[in-house]
Design a protein. Structure first.
Length: 126
């Protein structure tokens, strides 16, 4: 009896407008508008994908185009050739050369406290 570890896949001719929720890994290679929520799973935006949505997942891998915010409890990877316009909130972020990113990054999610002596200060001294 084989255990199936293959992620669910939305092909490049699939168009979805609305909300996607699930509890398994997902690869999107088509067009999606709305929201995608995979709280404990990996989401991959394939190289042919054109996604206009807010994403929420454990890990997110972007190979295609995304316009929307990303919230990940784990790692976000922007691979070469990807185009992302939106904010990223995650524990870890990796951006390869030739990936385009426009937005804000918050890598403090999951931090329980600020270490002693490490105050966020924007004033500089001479």
């Amino acid at each position: 009896m084989a255990v199936e570890n293959t992620p669910a896949r939305l092909g490049k001719t699939v168009v979805i407008r609305g909300e996607i929720k699930g509890s398994e890994d997902l690869v999107i290679d088509g067009n999606v508008e709305g929201t995608v929520q995979l709280s404990e799973n990996r989401l991959t935006i394939g190289p042919n994908a054109n996604v206009v949505a807010d994403l929420s997942a454990k890990d997110v891998l972007i190979l295609g185009n995304l316009k929307g915010n990303i919230v990940a409890t784990g790692r976000v990877e922007l691979r070469a050739g990807s185009v992302v316009e939106g904010d990223v909130r995650a524990l870890r972020l990796a951006i390869e050369d030739n990936a385009l990113f426009r937005g804000k990054v918050d890598l403090t999610q999951g931090a329980t406290r600020v270490p002693d002596g490490a105050h966020a200060s924007t004033t500089g001294g001479n």
